[in-house]
Design a protein around this ligand. Structure first.
Ligand code: PMM
Length: 290
């Protein structure tokens, strides 16, 4: 188990002595693993509260599916989906992050009480995002991203995926700082499944140290993703393990990510991961006392 590289957590986020658990609330009709379940705002709010009760330290609210091939949602529709859910959860004392590629949605969500902006495009999709990050000083997740979901499969071409992702994330951090952001606002994410094959995802997980070495907190979001379905495919038929039967594997990835120094893991099923990150923390404490 590696020692985590020290990093300063952006201000305003919950401070924990273990890897944080970020629960997912997709207020969408079409996300790959839970699409449609929480599309109604009242259901999404209830789900966010339930995730917190099960052990989520943060709840990530998104109104736009990013699954491969999906189309963009209009801005007004995204605002309509996201803002009321963020407002209610924040008012109930939940630490909320907003999953959006739009500066306008991020800004409105921050006004409604969100603590963190989670942009799967790392600020690339909306030229106004970097200015918004600089102006608000909000914590900002910079995910590795190469293009919109509609054409990300053809962008999954790398020389050395770990070196390329580290290089491209470093370039994003530099661009955000050049736009006025403080590096201490930034959190990094390898962007599993975004313009990446299963082999690319495993290579990045196996070398998480290359990301933590950049000195910023690292978020890992493997939950229910296709590469886990491929790993656990039916040996007879070759059928992928269905998305909602990937939670045990997700908890295993959470434990290993926490052990490798991840700041947080983003998951749909919070219970297994909440236990897993506590096991890792106890294990580490014991290892330090030897
Ligand atoms: N993946 C999805 C959505 N948001 N945010 C971050 N930071 N990292 C990710 O890998 C990520 C994300 C897609 O998964 P979902 O449809 O289950 O939310």
């Amino acid at each position: 188990m590696s020692n985590s590289v020290p990093h300063s957590l952006p201000s305003g986020l919950p401070r924990l002595d273990r890897c944080a658990v970020m629960g997912v609330v997709n207020v969408t009709p079409d996300s790959f693993s839970d699409g449609g379940l929480w599309h109604d705002p009242a259901k999404a709010i209830a789900h966010g509260l339930a995730l917190r009760a099960r052990g989520a330290d943060l709840v990530d609210v998104g109104g736009e599916s990013t699954r491969p091939g999906s189309q963009r949602v209009p801005e007004d529709e995204e605002l309509r989906r996201v803002v009321p859910v963020v407002r209610e959860l924040a008012a109930a004392g939940v630490a909320v992050s907003v999953d959006t590629m739009r500066a306008s949605v991020a800004e409105r969500a921050l006004e409604a009480g969100a603590l963190l902006v989670n942009d799967v495009s790392g600020g690339l999709a909306d030229p106004a995002m970097a200015r918004m990050v600089a102006a608000t000083g909000a914590p900002f997740v910079v995910m590795h991203w190469r293009g919109q979901s509609a054409d990300m499969d053809r962008l999954a071409v790398y020389g050395d995926v770990v070196a390329d992702v580290v290089g491209e994330l470093t370039a994003r951090m530099d661009a955000l700082v050049a736009a006025g952001a403080d590096e201490r606002q930034l959190i990094l994410d390898p962007g599993l499944g975004f313009a990446k094959t299963a082999e690319h995802n495993w290579a990045l997980l196996g070398r998480l140290d290359a990301l933590t070495a950049l000195g910023r907190p690292v978020l890992v979001a493997a939950s229910r993703k296709r590469f886990l379905g491929t790993l656990l495919a039916d040996p007879e038929t070759g059928d992928l393990r269905p998305a909602r039967e990937r939670d045990d594997a997700t908890a295993a990835v959470s434990a290993l990510s926490a052990g490798a120094g991840a700041w947080a893991v983003r998951v749909h099923d919070v219970s297994g991961t909440a236990d897993a990150v506590r096991v890792v923390a106890a294990w580490r404490r014991a290892a330090r006392q030897e």
